[in-house]
Design a protein around this ligand. Structure first.
Ligand SMILES: [Fe+2]
Ligand SMILES: [Fe+2]
Length: 265
C-alpha cells in the first residue's frame, strides 16, 4: 500500500515499518479497525458528543436537513448491503475481512443517521426516507447491488468504494462545514470511516489495474452508466443543502477529480 494513500493517512509509523504483505494484512484487519473507531464509538453514543447543543434550527432549515439525512440513509443502506454482499465476492481473506469491517461501519452510519432524524422530530424515519429518496440515488443503488449480486468484484468495488464513497465524502465534507454542531460532529465521525473505505477501494483497484490494465475498459463502462446518476444525485443533495449553483458546480468537479484519480475516464 502506498503510505501516502488516504487510507494510510492516520496510521502510526510502526505500521509502515512492516514488510508490504504484513502491512497489507494488518490495515485490513478487524484488529486495526478496532483501533481506528475506538474514540468514535466510545465517546459518541449516537454518533455525536452528548455535550453538544444544536441551537435553534428554523423550520425551513430543519426540513432541508431532514431531506438530506433521508438521502444519506439511502446511500448508507446501499453501502451496507453492498459491503455485506461483497464479503462473498471478495477474492481473498484480507479483502473479505476489510469489507466485513466496512459493513459494520455502514450499519453504524445508518443507525446514527436514523437516530439524528428522530432527534429532529421525525417519528417514522422509514416512511420519511421512502418519501424523500431521490430516484437517481435509488437507481444508483439498484445498479450497484446488481453488480454485487453478479459477483463482479472490480466493478462493484469501483461503484461502491470509489464512486459512491467519493460522492458521500464530498457532500458530507461540504455539509459538515455549514450545519449545526450536532450534525457536524456526527458527519465528521462518518467522514473518517469513508476515508478508510475510499483508500481501500483506490488501493485495491490500483493494484488490480496495474496487474491487468485491460480491466479498466469494464470500469469505463460502469462509470458511464453511473456518472449521470451520481451527478444528478449530487445536484439534488446540494440543492437540499441550499448550496448556490456555482458551489454545486465546484463540488461536482471535486467529485470528478476524486473518481478520475484512478484514470478511469
Ligand atoms: Fe458510510
Ligand atoms: Fe463508506
Amino acid at each position: 500500500m502506498d503510505p501516502k494513500s488516504p487510507e494510510a493517512g492516520d496510521e502510526p509509523q510502526e505500521l509502515h515499518d512492516l514488510p508490504p504483505d504484513a502491512f497489507h494484512e494488518r490495515v485490513h484487519s478487524f484488529e486495526h479497525w478496532l483501533t481506528s473507531v475506538h474514540g468514535y464509538l466510545e465517546e459518541r453514543p449516537w454518533g455525536h458528543r452528548e455535550d453538544l447543543d444544536a441551537g435553534e434550527i428554523s423550520p425551513e432549515v430543519r426540513d432541508r436537513l431532514i431531506a438530506t439525512l433521508c438521502n444519506y440513509c439511502v446511500g448508507e443502506t446501499a453501502a451496507l448491503e453492498g459491503a455485506g454482499g461483497l464479503i462473498r465476492v471478495a477474492p481473498n481473506r484480507a479483502s473479505k475481512i476489510f469489507v466485513a469491517t466496512q459493513a459494520v461501519d455502514e450499519a453504524r452510519h445508518l443507525e446514527v443517521l436514523v437516530h439524528r432524524l428522530r432527534e429532529l422530530g421525525v417519528e417514522d424515519p422509514e416512511t420519511e426516507i421512502t418519501n424523500r429518496a431521490h430516484p437517481s440515488l435509488l437507481s444508483f443503488k439498484e445498479k450497484l447491488l446488481a453488480l454485487v449480486a453478479n459477483g463482479e468484484w472490480l466493478s462493484a468495488l469501483f461503484a461502491q468504494n470509489v464512486i459512491l464513497e467519493a460522492m458521500e465524502f464530498t457532500v458530507f465534507r461540504h455539509h459538515a462545514g455549514r450545519t449545526d454542531p450536532v450534525t457536524r460532529d456526527l458527519l465528521i465521525g462518518i467522514i473518517k470511516d469513508e476515508r478508510r473505505h475510499i483508500g481501500f477501494g483506490e488501493n485495491e483497484l490500483g493494484r488490480c489495474l496495474k496487474a491487468d490494465p485491460s480491466a479498466s475498459a469494464k470500469l469505463v463502462t460502469v462509470r458511464k452508466q453511473l456518472d449521470p446518476l451520481v451527478l444528478e444525485t449530487f445536484d439534488l443533495a446540494l440543492r437540499d443543502l441550499g448550496a448556490p449553483v456555482e458551489e454545486r458546480t465546484e463540488l461536482g468537479r471535486d467529485y470528478l477529480g476524486a473518481v478520475g484519480r484512478l484514470g478511469i475516464a
